[in-house]
Design a protein around this ligand. Structure first.
Ligand SMILES: Nc1ncnc2c1ncn2[C@@H]1O[C@H](COP(=O)(O)OP(=O)(O)OP(=O)(O)O)[C@@H](O)[C@H]1O
Ligand SMILES: [Mg+2]
Length: 268
């Protein structure tokens, strides 16, 4: 089952450009992130990894339009980012569900706002529910669900809007290993079928190597006395169907782990 029906195509996948991006929070003594340059192709899947505090969420919040850049320029689909927009679907750690709406109503919210027809709303909602495996709890309210289930509703709700760009900040962090694996497979499939551009923050290097076309390794942050910055961008040159036990897969994991922890001893 596909969320993206051919009848109603998603927004055209969008290129994302960060050009000399810097962010200094009000009152902060230094920059949270500095001089970030990234050019993400339309339809690309990019994971962002790095130690706590290196600015991963800051980067995503700026792309989402929740924070403004202090320096540099950010564009999505060749348009400068000036605030949140329906072209960008955001899944962060806090689910942000409407507590007074049922699961199905939460998912149907975006399509209703977009003035889809009643049939299309129904179809999109059903498909989204099926994709995240929550059809049976469609009439429950968020507080009746576990944290992992609420997170899946949040993902389904974003997908129902057919965004051009998916911005995900540790979306699977609260899920058990089995559900997490299922969601990774599902997300890889959604990405393949829809061609949506994805920027995905994770602490799991394995997850990053499994999902990404490229992995952005960030470093620095206030704990290290520097601004967060991009240390290296690693292209994952593996077939789309990935075997996590393959030697090449493990070699990427080792390399990215080393890049994340590079300089740890010097900083300690
Ligand atoms: N609203 C804010 N006001 C001031 N400083 C902030 C704010 N949000 C984040 N920071 C600071 O910016 C830096 C980067 O934070 P950010 O949340 O982007 O890191 P992160 O890489 O997402 O970390 P984690 O892996 O722990 O989620 C940190 O030093 C943090 O304290
Ligand atoms: Mg974060």
């Amino acid at each position: 089952m596909k969320i993206y029906s051919t009848r109603r195509r998603p927004h055209r996948p969008a290129r994302i450009v960060l050009d000399g991006l810097g962010k200094r929070y009000p009152g902060a003594s230094g920059f949270a992130v500095d001089r970030v340059n990234l050019d993400i192709a339309a339809g690309e899947f990019v994971c962002v990894v790095g130690a706590s505090g290196c600015g991963k969420s800051t980067l995503l919040r700026i792309l989402a339009g929740f924070e403004t850049a202090s320096q540099g320029a950010v564009s999505v689909g060749e348009e400068p980012v000036t605030g949140p927009g329906p072209d960008r679907g955001v899944v962060f750690q806090d689910y942000g569900l409407f507590p007074w709406l049922t699961v199905a109503e939460n998912i149907a919210y975006g399509p209703k706002q977009a003035r889809m027809t009643r049939d299309d709303i129904r179809e999109t909602t059903d498909r989204s529910l099926e994709t995240v495996g929550l059809t049976r709890v469609r009439d429950s309210f968020p507080h009746q669900l576990s944290g992992g289930m609420q997170q899946r509703v949040a993902i389904a709700r974003v997908l129902a809007n057919r965004p051009a760009v998916l911005l995900m900040d540790e979306p699977f962090g609260a899920l058990d290993a089995l559900t997490r694996g299922d969601m990774q497979t599902e997300l890889a499939r959604i990405h393949r079928d829809s061609g949506v551009t994805v920027v995905f923050v994770t602490h799991s290097v394995e997850e990053a190597v499994y999902l990404s076309d490229r992995v952005v390794v960030m470093a620095g942050g206030t704990a290290h006395g520097t601004a967060g910055h991009v240390r290296e961008v690693v292209t994952i040159d593996l077939p789309r169907e990935r075997e996590v036990t393959a030697p090449e897969f493990n070699e990427y994991k080792r390399r990215i782990d080393a890049l994340i922890h590079q300089g740890d001893r010097a900083a300690a």
